[in-house]
Ligand binder design. Structure first.
Ligand code: ADP
Ligand code: MG
Length: 722
């Protein structure tokens, strides 16, 4: 494959010099520079058009198509002033990645090239030739067309390239029947469904000025950086984005000396440029630091409306990869690029709110505010208890399975951490009503104020997949390489369901003449009694928790194969259809695509394992064996009766390797399944164990074969030489 040798890689890495990158631009001046932002639109659009557009963006008013021509024309002028020669509809297919189709603003004709029309309809709708995007059977090949449609709620922006810029227009991607072929459409639909139910509940708390309630998301993105020379010397990384082999380094992350340690110069230079690029796109990059594993880092932008945060997150991932290359590095977003060291997650922090009522997950200062806060928390408790399986399905992938349930990061059991104080409040609510009369020390809703809740990071439970952190919840199961869409769609939808349930209950009680405080007390009491089992403040990594969670009836879906069918369970389908988020067909399509990708990922990994073992590892091991055998023969010829150390061990290890390789090759040859699910089951039950045996044999040879013969850069080299 023309790959780099390990030696060449090391020499090239140690010779790396940082590029000169002097700039005197002030970061703050760059923010949003490349965005067709509210202020740009305000300056460039007729007042009436601007007002109509903002009504759609801020309050979800229906888009008025008659203004599209005016907006398109202003957008084109702005883009051309910014050096754009092309425009692209950007969309988010079910692969989880970002796709774009570029078209020129110029139209060559006999007299040269003239500026093409960029009409409203071009802005509103595109027709990428998208027949090769996964659709889970939603489009027959006879009607392979998918359409992109402008999503006004996410601003257009300029993508810079030294050779010319592109105007990027965020879009949704649907089939001709209107079915969602992407990750954006259900996000918009779920946001709308949640907003409707949350607004209904807020009205019961006396708010008359509720236009909309949005979910906010702030995603903490973990990633690895390695020198590109190592990457190109590792065909496994190049093909599968993770190392399929590699013995554990003698010094891993045991010392914890990397976490929050000083950032290496080259990495810092990357981070600074990354922040600058993100700022230009209006992405509020905020924190950057080392993570737990050597070579691992984190970036977190300030939270935004989750729909926008989704688009920004996708753009951030591509920007990270692009900028890393300028510094001679590869940015690895895979959840587990290196076995035995920490994997990478994408913790999704979320809250609900709007401009008038603020953050609804903020415990307030008054008894009334507190009661409202507790009601929203109650909705979350109920939602997560009823739909933990769906939340697990929403983060399922072959790569994320290396984290979840694999005794690191959060376990696959979805539980909620409330913290002692909030837990205590809910326990009081559960008790208070049970006795029917107020007891000393028991909170009376609507009368008593909550004690101030601590939001001390030191006090946080790092093992919980779903944790309350003072004024938001943090969903920690999403993987570093995943779109935040699936988890946010799940969260918005299960909240819509629980907020609907609570509103209906409260409306009934209030119309029977009950006081709001008593009604809330009654509903929350029932919720905590029925759904409190999902709350767990202890150690999520412990074996006792596995047993206790089972006793509590919580699901423990360890693998993607166990988890993904949750998408088509009757309760889930009914809920998604009820709130108009995804139809049964759309859900089934998603399930099929996840399985298809799961099986494909593992098949590619299996083939790559076999190839590397055959063409790189076995030859190195046999060469070393030959060397040892030659030494043995020479010693014997010289009349020296001494055993050659290692010869027997290496010979045995080679035998183990070749037999495991034979099993793997057979497993690959036998790969089959009637459908995506069966193929996935086969991959889980047959390919994974076969690959794992080959890996064990290779990793043990790595500790025996002479270092100068070993072909692959080692974990030590890749993780510590930056
Ligand atoms: P920590 O390391 O303490 O978890 P970070 O600063 O790394 O915190 O990241 C926390 C993430 O949570 C950031 O993206 C931040 O913007 C986001 N966040 C903070 N408050 C909220 C909120 N109310 N709703 C949603 N996300 C939030
Ligand atoms: Mg953090």
């Amino acid at each position: 494959s023309g790959s780099f040798s390990r030696r060449q890689a090391i020499d090239a890495v140690t010779g790396f010099a940082l590029p000169d990158c002097v700039t005197d631009e002030y970061l703050g001046d760059l923010f949003g520079e490349n965005v067709f932002s509210t202020s740009v639109m305000k300056a460039r659009l007729p007042k009436i058009v601007f007002k109509k557009l903002m009504a759609t963006i801020d309050n979800g008013a229906p888009m008025d198509p008659t203004i599209a021509d005016v907006v398109a024309s202003a957008m084109k002028d702005w883009a051309i002033e910014k050096g754009a020669s092309h425009y692209a509809h950007v969309f988010y297919p079910l692969t989880g990645f970002t796709a774009e189709k570029h078209d020129s603003f110029l139209e060559p004709d006999s007299s040269g090239a003239s500026l093409a029309e960029f009409a409203g309809k071009t802005l509103l709708q595109g027709e990428p030739d998208a027949s090769s995007f996964p659709n889970g059977g939603l489009r027959g090949t006879f009607e392979a067309r998918g359409y992109t449609g402008w999503d006004v709620t996410s601003p257009a922006y300029i993508l810079e390239n030294p050779n010319g810029n592109t105007l990027c227009i965020p879009t949704i991607f649907i089939s001709w029947t209107g079915e969602a072929l992407d990750k954006k459409t259900p996000l918009l639909r779920s946001q709308q469904a949640m907003s409707k139910q949350a607004s209904r509940l807020l009205k019961l708390f006396g708010h008359i000025d509720v236009d909309t309630v949005v979910s906010y998301a702030g995603a903490e993105q973990e990633y690895f950086l390695i020198d590109e020379h190592f990457y190109y010397a590792r065909p496994d990384l190049m093909t599968t984005n993770r190392t399929l082999f590699g013995a554990k380094p003698s010094k891993g992350q045991e010392f914890d000396d990397h976490y929050f340690g000083a950032i290496p110069d080259r990495v810092l230079a990357f981070m600074i440029e990354l922040d600058r690029e993100l700022f230009k796109q209006g992405i509020p990059a905020k924190t950057r630091h080392n993570e737990v594993a050597p070579g691992q880092f984190e970036i977190a932008p300030v939270f935004e409306r989750s729909v926008l945060a989704h688009d920004h997150q996708q753009l951030m991932m591509t920007t990270m990869k692009r900028v890393a290359e300028k510094y001679g590095m590869k940015c690895l977003l895979h959840e587990k690029p290196f076995a035995g060291v920490n994997g990478s997650g994408k913790h999704v922090n979320f809250s609900l709110g709007n401009n008038n009522q603020g953050n609804l997950l903020n415990p307030g200062d008054t008894p009334h505010d507190n009661m409202q806060f507790l009601t929203f928390c109650g909705a979350i408790i109920r939602a997560v208890h009823l739909h933990g399986g769906l939340l697990r399905a929403a983060v399922a992938s072959a790569s994320n399975d290396h984290r979840l349930g694999a005794n690191e990061a959060p376990p696959a059991i979805i539980s909620i951490f409330l913290g002692d104080q909030l837990m205590d409040v809910f326990e009081q609510i559960a008790k208070g009503g049970a006795t029917g009369s107020k007891q000393a020390g028991v909170i009376e809703l609507g009368v008593d104020t909550l004690p101030p809740l601590k939001a001390d990071p030191g006090d946080r439970n790092r093992t919980s997949p779903f944790a309350f952190t003072g004024n938001r919840f943090e969903y920690r199961a999403p993987g570093s390489n995943q779109s935040i869409s699936d988890p946010m769609v799940a969260i918005n939808t299960i909240l819509a369901d629980s907020l609907d349930y609570i509103s209906t209950e409260l409306e009934g009680l209030l119309s029977d003449g009950m006081e709001l405080g008593d009604a809330v007390q009654k509903v929350l009491q029932e919720i905590f009694i029925d759904h409190g089992a999902v709350v767990f403040n202890g150690n999520g990594y412990s074996d006792e928790w596995q047993a206790e969670a089972a006793a509590r009836g919580l699901k423990n879906l360890r693998t993607t194969v166990d988890a993904v069918t949750e998408y088509t369970s009757p309760e889930v389908v009914e809920m998604f259809e009820k709130y108009g988020v995804l139809s049964a067909r759309e859900l089934k399509a998603r399930e099929d695509v996840i399985f298809e990708y799961y099986a494909l990922t593992l098949l590619v990994e299996a083939k790559e394992s076999s190839e590397i073992a055959t063409t790189m590892i076995l030859p190195a091991a046999v060469r070393y064996q030959g060397e040892l055998a030659g030494t043995a023969a020479a010693l014997k010829a010289a009349g020296i009766e001494a055993p050659v150390p290692m010869l027997a061990e290496v010979t045995e290890a080679i035998a183990t390797l070749t037999s495991s390789m034979a099993t793997l090759d057979k497993a690959i040859a036998d790969f089959h399944g009637e459908n995506e699910l069966e193929e996935s089951q086969y991959a889980l039950e047959t390919l994974i164990p076969a690959m794992s045996d080959v890996r064990d044999a290779v990793d043990s040879l790595e500790t025996m074969v002479a270092d100068d013969l070993w072909p692959l850069p080692t974990y030590n080299e890749m993780l510590t030489i930056l």
